[in-house]
Design a protein around this ligand. Sequence first.
Ligand code: ATP
Length: 228
Amino acid sequence: MLEIQGLSKTYGNNVAVDNVSFSVPDGQVGILLGPNGAGKSTIIKSIAGLLRYKGAIRIQGLPARSMDAKKVFAYVPEIPNMFDALTVREHIEYIRMAYSSDITDEEVDEILREFEMEDKQEKLGNELSKGMMQKVSICCALAVKPRVILLDEPMVGLDPAAIKKLKEIVLDLRNKGVTVLISTHMLEMVEELWDIMFVMEKGHIVGSYTKKDAEGRDLDELFFAMTG
Ligand code: ATP
């Protein structure tokens, strides 16, 4: 379970996120949907502990800032960060050690295979395209075996095959009871994935819907009715 209560974040005089509260139940896929600048990344970065903010965030019942919470979640940033001098495999090994993950070599092989990265394992961080960095970033997150995973605009920069694979992985994570939060400005990318959706505009949540609320309704219409 991921719980956000009264989250606010300002950059100078700019209120990026204004008193936002929402939660994603265990084993569900939550979507933060909204245009550029709505505040989605600010929320995800706050949960990930990269920003100072006002409000309370709990991950699996633990304060998000606690070390125990940090052990159970993984974060895939919008813009992946790579070490120039580490190979693809070494990036995953590094995360595996840092998180004391019990993932096996075979499971790492399987993750790499899923993203067709097996033959790219020895490539260095500074030899990777943006799309490949994004895939490595997702592989690293999966290597943590997280209970909660945050994906910030994860489809941007991925080729169609990788998007398809990522969607399968998200559904697989959900089947395993992992809680997922995805930010996106592209409704069509998440249509078959979501359980609960939070529509954002100018730092606020202007609508929240469960899959059941939206049954039989046209999602685009719903979205435009909320955002005008
Ligand atoms: P995008 O997909 O473009 O990142 P977003 O919905 O994720 O959009 P945020 O990146 O959270 O939105 O930005 C919310 C607001 O905060 C915007 O007005 C943005 O200009 C501002 N903002 C974000 N990061 C910073 C920063 N480091 N310094 C100053 N203002 C920022």
